[in-house]
Design a protein around this ligand. Structure first.
Ligand code: ZN
Length: 462
């Protein structure tokens, strides 16, 4: 196409092609970054000198092969989803599914005047479609890649049951929330964006409140951490920084995967801590396979074997020191404020744009402007450049927060335990310690291991 022909295109065509071109630009940029990172995996065959003391050749090679497999997988799955998205747009997939949804609701005697019902059946069809096209990829990822590298703990039956449960739970939340949102937009008048924003804010608060107690237990088993040394120490550490801890749970993450983690949640004076069993040396089922464990004090135990998964108690406390640092330094609140400001801004811009018919025409809606489709077009396609910039800024911010939380743990006198915990966790999760600077700048929500260890080791930064 020549420049002039592009300029003479109707505005709706320009919008459509701009969305496609932008999407492919982001795709190619990320493919380029992934290529740079893959080259690092391929060419870094030996443990870098600086890491000699903290990583053995065997683990290094294992993590190299694991990351290489993961990277190849994400190349193909990324190419697939970009192509699929493009074909859907080019062949009018969205108006097609909208029409099918209309036929379905008409079967129930609900004509086009019941836009909400058509929207709901559109949502169900669209989520079913994405569940089915995504399933083979996630099966391959779990049962070929994770399995090959020893992380997968699921059977196919468990996996499928889990997927069905997840789908049903998602629908139970998505459908009522969307209908209410559409209703609010419809009756809200000139300031509907304020009500819509308040509504989504309320929904997210409710979800955060009920998620841990009512939703997460549908998928995983949470058991209170038994009384004992670890629990006492966690309690006294929480007290020392006035963290209002009410409960400590261990979650059976090992049923899915042997990757390890820890987090906290809850409002105001009711905070709980969740530890993955894979994080805890004494709980990780992987450690129970080999020789039976005796109840010797932790210090002796950690020296006995180095094949074990997980951290000893002082290391777990250091990891928690880092997590609680996020709370004490207000990172959690800051993240909520940022995301709510963003959500308000997006609803405001949505209100400005929703009346523009050309946006609908651009995506094949010539005669009608359904609100749900408007939400989709504007939030997903029109905002995509803004979303990219925002997500980059949030990644940069997240890395800053990680350094600050590390430094908080160091302030609690737990630097050396955190140092060794980070090394162990990196080893257990087969993290690769070398990263391309551009790739890590764009993607890493956590700073590369080596940078964190350096910052922990130095006394300058505080
Ligand atoms: Zn963190």
């Amino acid at each position: 196409m020549q420049m002039e022909t592009i300029l003479n295109l109707p505005i709706e065509n320009k919008i459509f092609y701009a969305v496609l071109v932008f999407s492919w630009t982001v795709y190619l940029w990320e493919a380029y970054l992934a290529y740079r990172q893959r080259r690092i995996y391929r060419l870094t065959m030996h443990v870098p000198h600086e890491l000699g003391k903290i990583m053995d050749t065997d683990t290094f090679e294992k993590s190299r092969l694991y990351q290489l497999d993961k990277s190849n997988f994400s190349f193909w799955s990324g190419l697939y989803s970009e192509t699929e998205g493009t074909l859907i747009l080019l062949f009018g997939g969205i108006p097609f599914v909208w029409k099918v949804a209309g036929t379905v609701t008409a079967r129930f005697g609900l004509g086009p005047e019941y836009e909400i019902f058509q929207s709901l059946s559109f949502l169900i069809l669209a989520t079913l479609f994405s569940a089915f096209t995504g399933l083979p990829w996630s099966i391959y990822n779990t049962f070929v890649i994770e399995e090959k590298h020893g992380f997968n703990q699921q059977t196919l039956g468990f996996f499928l049951k889990d997927a069905v449960k997840k789908f049903i739970v998602t629908q139970c939340i998505l459908l009522p929330v969307t209908s209410l949102l559409l209703y609010i937009i419809k009756i809200g008048g000139d300031f509907f964006f304020i009500y819509a924003w308040l509504f989504t804010l309320g929904v997210s608060l409710v979800l955060v409140t009920i998620y841990a107690d009512y939703i997460a237990p549908l998928f995983d088993k949470f058991t209170p951490l038994p009384e004992g040394e670890l629990k006492e120490e966690i309690e006294s550490m929480s007290k020392s920084i006035s963290f209002p801890l009410t409960k400590v749970y261990v979650v059976e993450g090992s049923k899915r995967s042997s990757h390890s983690n820890a987090y906290f949640y809850g409002f105001f004076k009711n905070k709980r801590i969740v530890l993955f069993d894979t994080l805890l040396e004494d709980y990780s089922p992987l450690n129970k396979d080999g020789e039976p464990e005796t109840d010797t004090p932790t210090e002796d135990k950690s020296k006995l074997k180095n094949k074990k998964q997980g951290c000893n108690n002082p290391e777990v406390l250091a990891v928690l020191g880092h997590e609680l640092g996020h709370w004490k330094l207000g990172h959690t609140v800051k993240n909520i404020v940022i995301s709510q400001m963003n959500s308000f801004l997006c609803f405001f811009l949505f209100a400005v744009l929703i009346g523009r018919k050309e946006l609908f025409v651009a995506f094949g809606f010539y005669n009608s402007q359904p609100t749900l489709i408007g939400l989709m077009i504007i939030f997903q396609f029109i905002f995509s450049p803004y979303n990219e910039v925002l997500s980059f800024c949030l990644t940069v911010l997240s890395r800053r927060f990680e350094f600050q939380a590390d430094s908080f743990a160091r302030g609690m006198g737990r630097a050396s335990e955190l140092y060794s915990a980070l090394i162990k966790l990196n080893k257990d999760n087969l993290g690769f310690p070398v990263a391309d600077w551009l790739f890590s700048m764009w993607h890493y929500s956590h700073p590369p291991l080596l940078e964190r260890l350096r910052a922990l080791g130095s006394t300058k930064q505080d």
